[in-house]
Design a protein around this ligand. Structure first.
Ligand code: PNS
Length: 160
């Protein structure tokens, strides 16, 4: 069984993440969505539990092939522990490249058995990020085209 890990902050999951996860599921039999606690992002809006719930609800039609987990160690360490050698990441635009390049090479030095695989988001999500979505929510903007209804509801609750 071909199994990949899709790590990220998912704070919160957006249609961009969902697009990448669905593309990965065309290549891999199973996808483990790994909600990583990034030490550089200390200002997370949602708890790990809330993020897990939003991922589960947003991906409900694919949950037979998806697992959700959290990670507080190195991504490659947990990837190997989970029995996978593949990390999935999304690329929106050329601006993502440098960060992903550095991360991929750092991960390769840490664990040379682990390879990173990149999927490009659909054009309509090429500008979309969790931070953009949070900012729109903060100023009570329209969220329907960016996140599923369950995420929109959670964002509204946070900013009300
Ligand atoms: O959604 P994000 O914030 O772009 O995801 C980045 C993430 C969490 C995948 C990355 O920062 C990460 O893997 N962090 C865990 C710590 C780690 O393994 N660092 C080594 C890679 S440079």
């Amino acid at each position: 069984m071909k199994k990949a890990v899709y790590p990220g902050s998912f704070d919160p999951i957006t249609y961009g993440h969902i697009d990448i996860a669905k593309r990965a599921l065309k290549v891999f039999d199973k996808l483990i969505i790994m909600i990583t606690v990034n030490p550089n992002k200390t200002n997370a809006l949602f708890s790990a539990e809330e993020r897990i719930e939003m991922v589960r609800e947003s991906m409900k039609e694919c949950m037979d092939r998806i697992e959700i987990t959290t990670c507080e160690v190195l991504t490659v360490t947990k990837t190997l522990e989970l029995g996978s050698h593949h990390i999935v990441r999304g690329l929106r635009a050329v601006t993502d490249f440098e960060y992903e390049f550095q991360m991929t090479h750092a991960n390769r030095v840490l664990a040379k058995k682990v390879d990173s695989i990149f999927f490009m988001t659909d054009n309509e999500y090429s500008f979309l990020s969790s931070n953009t979505v949070k900012e729109i929510a903060q100023f009570k903007g329209e969220l329907k085209t960016f996140v599923p209804a369950c995420v929109e509801e959670k964002l509204r609750q946070k900013f009300n």
